[in-house]
Design a protein around this ligand. Structure first.
Ligand SMILES: [Ca+2]
Ligand SMILES: [Ca+2]
Ligand SMILES: [Ca+2]
Length: 405
C-alpha cells in the first residue's frame, strides 16, 4: 500500500496529466508470449511486437537508419522520471533533470524521480520518446537521443501548478534542452479565461516562460487534451474546473480561454490517433489549433492485430515494469520523439523551423467520411478542413522514417 498522504487515494485520476483510464500492466504471461513471437525478428526489442505505434510512424525502420543524436535532449515535464529503469538508464541525462515543485529547481541526486510508483505518468512518457534499443523491453521513437525529467507535480495532490511549470520551462531553456514534452494541463483550470484576472495572470506567466525558452532554442510539444472538445468551436461546456476545490459548470469560448500550455503560441499541439490512423475517441481536436497528430492509442474502437491485441501504447513504468496507457499524453511524446530525430538531422534548426519541418513531413489521412465511432447514428466529432490541414490531424500524423531520410 502506498500511503504518502491522504490525498493519494486516487492516483489514476490525477487531474493535470492526460492519460485515459487505468494502466494496463503487461503480465508475465503476456510478456513471455510476446517475446516468443518477436524472437524471430532480428534487431527488435522483446516487447516490440506489441508496439504497433512505432510501426505506424515508421520508427522501427527509422532506428535502423538513424536513432537520433546524443547531442539532442528531450525533457519530460511531468510527474518525474524513474531513471533507474533499465530501459531508461542508458539514455538519461541527470544534468538536465530537476524537481521544480515549489517554483525553484532542485537538482539533487534523484530529485527528478517520481514520489511513488503511482506517479508513473512521466516514466511512461519518457520511454515512448527514448527507451533504449538494448535487447530488453521496449524501444522509444528516438532511442539514440537523451531524455531528462523535470518534475512539476505537487506531492500532496498531484496537481501541476503554474509556478512549477514556469520553473520547468526556464530550467529546460537554461540547461540546453532542445525539446520539452508537456503531457498535462496547468492546474487548476482546464481553460484559463482572459476576462478573469486570476486566470489571465496564469496565462501571462506561463506564456512568458514559454517565450523565454523558445528564444533560447527550446521547442515545446504538448498534448491537445482528452475531452473530445473542438477547440475551433465558439462554445465548450466544461464542468471539470477548478479541480483543486469545487468544480463549476461553465461555457467557455476557446478563442479567449486557453488550455495551457497546448494553446500557447509557438507550442506544438498534438492530437491522438489509434492503429487505424483515425482520431482516438477521446482526443480533443480543432482546425487551426491542432498542429500534428501522433499515436496515442484507442483501446475502445481501434484494436491492432498484435500479440496482446491492445490498442493502447506500451511503455516503461517505475520499478522496471511495463504497461499500456492511452491518451493525448501518449501522442505528444511520439511527436516530441520525431522532433528529436529532426533536430538530430538539422542541429541548427530554430524552434519555429523545427515545428515547420515536423508539419512538412507529416502524413495527413484527411478527414474521414464519417466519425460515428459508437455507431449510434450521430457523428461523435466533426472534422473540418481539407486533405492538407484539418481539425483532426492538423498537418498530419508525424513520420519518424521521413524525419531521418
Ligand atoms: Ca529496450
Ligand atoms: Ca499550437
Ligand atoms: Ca455516434
Amino acid at each position: 500500500m502506498h500511503s504518502a498522504g491522504a490525498t493519494r487515494t486516487a492516483p489514476l485520476t490525477r487531474a493535470g496529466t492526460t492519460d485515459v483510464g487505468a494502466a494496463d500492466y503487461v503480465t508475465a504471461a503476456e510478456a513471455a508470449r510476446t517475446e516468443a513471437v518477436s524472437a524471430g525478428t532480428p534487431g527488435s526489442e522483446p516487447l516490440e511486437a506489441d508496439q504497433w505505434d512505432l510501426r505506424a510512424i515508421g520508427a522501427d525502420k527509422a532506428a535502423k537508419i538513424n536513432p537520433g543524436s546524443r547531442k539532442v535532449t528531450v525533457a519530460v515535464i511531468d510527474t518525474g522520471v524513474d531513471d533507474t529503469h533499465p530501459d531508461l538508464a542508458p539514455n538519461f541525462s541527470a544534468s538536465q533533470s530537476a524537481n521544480c515543485v515549489g517554483g525553484k529547481a532542485d537538482t539533487g541526486e534523484g530529485a527528478w524521480r517520481p514520489y511513488t510508483d503511482d506517479d508513473y505518468h512521466g516514466t511512461h512518457v519518457a520511454g515512448e520518446i527514448a527507451a533504449a534499443r538494448n535487447g530488453i523491453g521496449v524501444a522509444g521513437v528516438a532511442p539514440g537521443v537523451k531524455v531528462a525529467g523535470i518534475k512539476v507535480s505537487d506531492p500532496d495532490n498531484g496537481l501541476f501548478y503554474p509556478e512549477n511549470v514556469v520553473c520547468a520551462f526556464m530550467f529546460a531553456a537554461d540547461h540546453g534542452v532542445e525539446i520539452t514534452n508537456n503531457s498535462y494541463y496547468v492546474d487548476p483550470w482546464l481553460y484559463n479565461c482572459m476576462d478573469d484576472p486570476d486566470q489571465r495572470a496564469v496565462v501571462d506567466a506561463v506564456n512568458r516562460a514559454q517565450l523565454y525558452a523558445q528564444r533560447k532554442g527550446t521547442l515545446h510539444v504538448a498534448s491537445a487534451g482528452n475531452s473530445n472538445h473542438d477547440l475551433a468551436s465558439d462554445a465548450i461546456d466544461d464542468a471539470s474546473s477548478p479541480n483543486d476545490t469545487t468544480p463549476v459548470e461553465r461555457t467557455i469560448d476557446p478563442s479567449e480561454c486557453f488550455d495551457l500550455p497546448t494553446q500557447l503560441p509557438g507550442v506544438v499541439t498534438v492530437s491522438a490517433t489509434g492503429v487505424q490512423n483515425l482520431k482516438s475517441y477521446y482526443s480533443t481536436y480543432g482546425k487551426g489549433v491542432v498542429d500534428v497528430a501522433a499515436p496515442g492509442g484507442d483501446g475502445r474502437y481501434q484494436l491492432p492485430d498484435t500479440p496482446s491485441k491492445n490498442g493502447r501504447i506500451l511503455s516503461t513504468m517505475p520499478g522496471g515494469e511495463y504497461a499500456f496507457l492511452q491518451g493525448t499524453s501518449m501522442a505528444s511524446p511520439h511527436a516530441a520523439g520525431v522532433a528529436a530525430l529532426l533536430k538530430s538531422k538539422h542541429p541548427w534548426a530554430s524552434p519555429a523551423s523545427l515545428q515547420a519541418l515536423l508539419k512538412a513531413q507529416a502524413d495527413n489521412p484527411g478527414c474521414p467520411d464519417s466519425y460515428d465511432q459508437d455507431g449510434d447514428g450521430t457523428q461523435d466529432a466533426t472534422c473540418e478542413g481539407g486533405d492538407r490541414v484539418n481539425g483532426f490531424y492538423g498537418f498530419g500524423i508525424v513520420n519518424a522514417l521521413r524525419a531521418v531520410k
